[in-house]
Design a protein around this ligand. Structure first.
Ligand SMILES: [Fe+2]
Ligand SMILES: [Fe+2]
Length: 371
């Protein structure tokens, strides 16, 4: 007959956290009849267990508070605190402990009730010692499995949490990398055109301020900022002589310039983790009235980021000096763009642009004061 030692030694070497206090094979017998306490105690000691006994519920609970047990054998019917009550409290004190009820034939329904409160099994009195031995082994084995299962679940939960955290970190690192790659591309591209220098970062900052002024959430604001930095990356594929050409472009030249949106989308295509920012880039030359490119979207069909970028792009183009004209100042530009509301610009975005530009002027003024 196998005892608990034999069971342990046949287990695989990889084991999860040991049960409670390793090596402690302590059993608590709770019964108001002394003969039963003595008989069961003697038998279980002969099987190698350390046995403590209690003659009533409160004494049992006191023992449980003091020490850990792997198993409690508990009589169902006792004067004072019933076996079911003892089980209910005991399960709270030590959820890992196996509990078996000892019951007379006419107490079977009560024993069944105890099962729903955390007892694993019940033994009918009079108890055959061989039955007791098997039941104890069964209960302890079941207890061990439950603890192992819980440990495995805990390990899985911890592993999942760890992986999630790592993934979040990787995502953040990838995002940072994306931005720095984009910056390099943008710098390389803007270096080709002195009038474009700084355009993307100015658009990014202003677009983020507008997104914020419109009440978009923090994620959306950051997507707008990123899209602002990336929006013209496709210009790297546009012929330099056309990019730098002073004056009006021919129809063919303009068609070529329009391709920068498509080129940009192709360059950014591998960055699958920033789909929202990509949509904003795609939409930055759409017009509110549907006359823009590349898709001719109108109104709210255009992503909010696309509508914001269109406004900032226009603002920055007008306030920057070009080979063929001087820069306009901010007030003039805002007035000028007022005529574009409903055509190029979304009315709400225009209002937010106005607010942001006004606020920018105030900040500059305060900066000037402080020297
Ligand atoms: Fe553009
Ligand atoms: Fe632009």
């Amino acid at each position: 007959m196998s005892d608990i030692h034999a069971t342990s030694s046949t287990r695989p070497t990889r084991s999860f956290r040991a049960i409670g206090e390793p090596g402690t094979k302590r059993i608590l017998i709770v019964d108001d009849e002394e003969t039963i306490r003595l008989a069961l105690g003697k038998f279980l000691r002969s099987r190698g267990y350390e046995v403590l006994t209690a003659d009533c519920g409160p004494a049992a609970l006191e023992a449980l508070e003091r020490q850990r047990f792997i198993l409690m054998l508990c009589d169902v019917r006792m004067p004072g605190m019933s076996g079911v009550e003892v089980v209910t409290h005991a399960a709270k004190i030590d959820g890992d402990m196996a509990i078996m009820m000892l019951t007379a034939v006419n107490d079977a329904p009560t024993a069944t009730e105890a099962l729903s409160h955390g007892a694993m099994d019940y033994l009918m009195k009079p108890i055959e010692l061989e039955d007791l031995n098997q039941a104890v082994e069964r209960a302890l084995h079941k207890r061990e499995l439950t603890i192992e299962q819980r440990n495995v679940e805990r390990m899985i939960r911890e592993e999942v949490a760890l992986r999630t955290e790592e993934l979040e970190k990787e995502k953040a690192a990838l995002r940072t990398l994306t931005i720095s790659i984009a910056d390099s591309l943008i710098n390389a591209m803007e270096a080709k055109d002195i009038y474009l220098r700084g355009h993307s970062s100015r658009v990014a900052d202003q677009a983020a301020s507008i997104a914020d002024a419109l009440g978009l959430d923090a994620d959306a604001v950051e997507n707008v900022r990123l899209a602002g930095r990336l929006h013209d990356v496709g210009k790297i594929g546009i012929r330099e002589d056309i990019l730098n050409k002073p004056g009006v472009l021919t129809k063919e030249e303009f068609e070529h310039v329009k391709q920068h949106v498509q080129f940009g989308m192709e360059i950014l295509a591998p960055l699958k983790h920033i789909p929202v920012a990509m949509t904003y880039v795609h939409d930055h030359h759409e017009h509110y009235d549907g006359t823009g490119y590349p898709r001719g979207l109108r109104g709210e069909e255009i992503s909010i980021g696309g509508r914001i970028l269109a406004a900032c792009d226009a603002f920055d183009a007008l306030t920057s000096r070009r080979a063929f004209r001087d820069a306009m100042d901010a007030d003039e530009t805002i007035r000028y763009l007022g005529n574009e509301v409903g055509r190029l610009l979304d009315p709400h975005v225009y209002q937010a642009l106005k607010t942001v530009v006004e606020r920018g002027k105030t900040l500059t003024f305060i900066d000037d004061l402080h020297g």
